[in-house]
Write a protein that binds this ligand. Structure first.
Ligand SMILES: O=C([C@H](O)CO)[C@H](O)[C@H](O)COP(=O)(O)O
Length: 210
């Protein structure tokens, strides 16, 4: 099981500061959608250049033109790129084909997918690398989480790795670990804490302990 730090509410300078603090405790650093909107793919390049040993995920949440957008994110140094599960199969296939050419990986974000089990099976057959259940900020504000959806994809996904994101904190991490995803994604649970290093270290410890 791996730990991904999601950076959403920072600029490039702020992102570097946080990663410096927690780098030994994480496997993947995510350049979040709001950062890409504000800073462009330069943010991906800046973090990859400064922390070459970390995998970098570009959370583009691609909805169309999968091949082209994966190509651009790959050029910027992203190792993993996100595509939305609600997008057309052709978009996901285009993203997967381009990722194979570039030796990169595709994560499908299941945010707002209504039939998680059915769509996850279809997407698994498209050859993606990760399928991620996700309660976004707006769902979290309505009190939702993705713990049940994680159990669903664990049951139906045969090929891709499974991941979960959305409001995971130190207190809720043990429940998530109990469901055994391949990847846990944490943003505010680390970035919003007073001692980011201590929280990331404890999360890593819990994850390694399984
Ligand atoms: O993808 C995300 C969200 O849609 C904002 O871009 C976050 O990276 C994801 O939800 C993880 O962050 P937290 O919910 O703060 O853990």
């Amino acid at each position: 099981m791996e730990l991904q730090l999601a950076l959403d509410l920072v600029d490039i300078h702020g992102a570097k500061q946080v990663v410096k603090e927690v780098a030994p405790y994480i496997d993947i650093v995510e350049i979040g959608t709001p950062v890409v909107i504000n800073e462009g793919l330069h943010a991906v390049k800046a973090i990859k250049d400064e922390f070459p040993s970390l995998k970098v995920l570009a959370d583009l949440k691609i909805m169309d033109a999968g091949g082209y957008e994966v190509m651009k994110a790959s050029e910027a140094g992203a190792d993993i790129i996100t595509v939305l599960g609600v997008s057309d199969d052709a978009t996901i296939k285009g993203a997967v084909d381009e990722a194979r050419k570039q030796n990169k990986k595709i994560m499908v974000d299941m945010i707002n997918v209504k039939d998680i089990a059915g769509r996850a099976q279809e997407i698994d057959n498209l050859g993606v690398d990760y399928i991620c259940v996700h309660s976004g900020y707006d769902h979290q504000a309505a009190g939702k989480n993705s713990f049940e959806d994680l159990a669903t994809i664990k049951r139906v996904v045969k090929r891709a790795k499974t991941a979960i994101a959305g409001g995971i904190k130190l207190q809720t991490l043990p429940e998530v670990i109990g469901a055994q995803p391949d990847l846990v994604i944490v943003g505010g649970g680390i970035t919003g804490s007073d001692d980011k290093q201590a929280v990331a270290a404890e999360m890593q410890r819990l994850i390694k302990q399984g």
